[in-house]
Design a binder for this molecule. Structure first.
Ligand SMILES: NC(=O)C1=CN([C@@H]2O[C@H](COP(=O)(O)OP(=O)(O)OC[C@H]3O[C@@H](n4cnc5c(N)ncnc54)[C@H](O)[C@@H]3O)[C@@H](O)[C@H]2O)C=CC1
Ligand SMILES: CC(=O)C(=O)O
Ligand SMILES: [Mg+2]
Length: 544
């Protein structure tokens, strides 16, 4: 303690360490006073998370979209230290032993990517590790997952990005991506390795190209505790937003099956949303086969080749259930491949939802066509990331479609001053409102798998979070400043559903039988008590 005054590290100095360069491993010694360089970094991490949590609105756009996109694009040049594990195609046969190289005894959450579709920025190869790091920063900040128990993972199977293949600074394998059975063998080996070392870990798949996102989800979802954030997390957030858009018209949620929805983008996110929205409508209509069929007719899907109909050659099997019948499209004055503006003109949808990764796709013409929507409050969801990929800005939506528009975007925008004392609310419609609660709820329930019911419970909880007054003002998603509270509630809803489905096996001393005895309030307290919070340790320099 002798030199504490002269050599202690100021908070300001610690805060100056950029969030993206700080290790997610705080010091585990609660009484730690003797500080060496490693400990300084560890404590800096605690400080960084404290700052992140206290100023989440300001810093989420740095650790997450949009800045994380820029970080990924430049990662090879910015690289300082690994910050996660890298399993490459060349490590085949070695992953089971490699996984024991990770220093943490216990890992609760893994976010894994193969870098093949990072936000809307395409194939960034190993540089995509930044998105796994950013999502896990949110797990720590929003869900209170202990930062010593998170593991960002990159599976390096090459890249098809020619620029990276020719970049001497590129850190990953400079060869084209593995495909087919060879690719699957790498992912299988990784899954077996991590679940062997940490049987209770949860693995979040992130930013895999659509081609693999659905296949891997189907392959593993009944075997492991895993989910795909882009397919399932995004779907839940979109459902919550769509239900908000119904309520914002002053209508009950049960009117959701009457909504006409045009979706631009039929990739992992778009198809995930379509499947979940259709199932939600069908449930509201009585959960019969007829209800499911009828719900399908509320959607019009446009991809890079225009309106998808059954006349499409080589139609993607995942999009097939949403292809319009040709006769039906013709009756509506549409045809296979009709442009987005034609579709919006003819359908006059209640909601125009973009998950296309094409910035500016909702042009003036498209938004003008939406003015003829049959809805009293048309909704524009420009959900693509990062900011430059948003299908339109809130200014464009409010100025062209009108002041009563409901607007949400994947990346944050500022609210719009509509003049005359009114505000056009810009909601952030991003899976960050759900994935931390899905992960935390699964962890604390000890559920064997992540069921559709658990995901639905998460979405319904988010939808119910907003009051009628807020929704009528156009606020359909909460402010990110309440993300810890939202996450707690989402996690509690997930646990409750896991108990109801008899999937919950318990966590630590809270076994399945004890879990079943808990009331809703008890479950919320249980969640809160298990959320990690950073604490300020005393920082003094110890002389050797
Ligand atoms: N807000 C959120 O929480 C989330 C947003 N996203 C964003 O969604 C976007 C798409 O992600 P994925 O579906 O995984 O990508 P993807 O690459 O699998 O799919 C993109 C889809 O957009 C279509 N498309 C391309 N050009 C188009 C055009 N001119 N008109 C209409 N459709 C067009 C493609 O044909 C394809 O169907 C990305 O920007 C991503 O950042 C993804 C997940 C969550
Ligand atoms: C938000 C997210 O997961 C994405 O844009 O891919
Ligand atoms: Mg994603």
């Amino acid at each position: 303690m002798a030199n504490a005054a002269s050599s202690s590290i100021s908070q300001t100095e610690l805060l100056a360490i950029p969030l993206h360069l700080v290790l997610p491993l705080p010091c585990s010694e609660s009484e730690c006073l003797g500080i060496n360089r490693e400990h300084i970094l560890c404590h800096a991490s605690s400080y960084a998370f404290l700052v992140l949590i206290a100023n989440i609105e300001e810093y989420a756009p740095i650790v997450y979209t949009p800045t994380v996109g820029l970080v990924c694009q430049n990662y090879s040049g910015l690289f300082r230290r690994p910050r996660g594990m890298y399993f490459s195609a060349e490590d085949r046969g070695e992953m089971m032993s490699m996984v024991y190289n990770w220093p943490a005894e216990q890992v609760d959450m893994i976010v894994v990517t193969d870098g093949s579709r990072i936000l809307g920025l395409g194939d960034l190869g190993v540089q995509g590790i930044g998105i796994a790091i950013g999502k896990l920063d949110l797990y720590v900040a929003a869900a209170g997952i202990n930062p010593q128990r998170v593991l960002p993972v990159m599976i390096d199977v090459g890249t098809n990005n020619e620029k990276l293949l020719n970049d001497p600074l590129y850190l990953g394998l400079q060869e084209h991506r593995l495909d087919g059975e060879e690719y699957l063998a790498v992912i299988d080996e990784f899954m077996e390795a991590v679940f062997t070392r940490w049987p209770h870990v949860i693995v979040q798949f992130e930013d895999f190209q659509s081609k693999w996102a659905f296949k891997l989800l189907q392959r593993y979802r009944n075997m492991y505790r895993m989910f795909n954030d882009d397919v399932q997390g995004t779907a839940g957030v979109a459902i919550a937003g769509l239900l908000g858009a119904v309520r914002a018209q002053g209508r009950p949620m049960i009117d959701f099956p009457k909504m006409k929805i045009v979706v631009a983008g039929a990739g992992s996110a778009g198809i995930g949303v379509l499947n979940a929205a259709r199932k939600t409508m069908a449930r509201m209509l009585g959960d019969t086969d007829i209800a499911f069929e009828s719900a399908g007719s509320q959607f019009w899907v446009v991809d890079a080749n225009g309106l998808i109909t059954e006349g499409r050659e080589k139609i993607d099997p995942d999009a097939l259930p949403f292809a319009r019948k040709i006769k039906e499209a013709n009756r509506q004055g549409l045809r296979e491949g009709a442009s987005l503006v034609e579709v919006v003109r003819q359908v006059k949808p209640d909601v125009l939802l973009g998950l296309s990764a094409v910035g500016g796709l909702f042009t003036k013409e498209v938004l003008e066509a939406l003015k003829d929507s049959t809805s009293t409050r048309p909704a524009v969801f420009a959900m693509s990331n990062p900011t430059k990929n948003a299908e339109c800005t809130p200014d464009e939506a409010f100025s062209i479609v009108g002041d009563s528009t409901i607007f949400a975007s994947g990346s944050p925008f500022k609210d719009v001053d509509l003049g005359n004392g009114h505000i056009g609310h810009c909601n952030q419609g991003n899976n960050m409102y759900l994935f931390p609660g899905i992960g935390l709820g699964t962890l604390l329930s000890g559920s064997r798998i992540i069921s559709d019911g658990m995901l639905q419970a998460a979405a319904e909880c988010l939808a119910a979070y907003m009051t009628d007054k807020e929704v009528l003002e156009g606020i359909i998603f909460p402010s990110i400043s309440s993300i810890r509270d939202i996450t707690k509630q989402v996690a509690a809803a997930v646990i409750k559903e896991a108990i109801e489905e008899d999937l919950a096996e318990g966590y630590r001393e809270m076994d399945a039988r004890e879990l079943r005895k808990l009331s809703h309030e008890d479950i919320e307290s249980y969640v809160e008590n298990n959320m990690w919070s950073p604490e300020y340790p005393v920082l003094v320099y110890k002389e050797d």
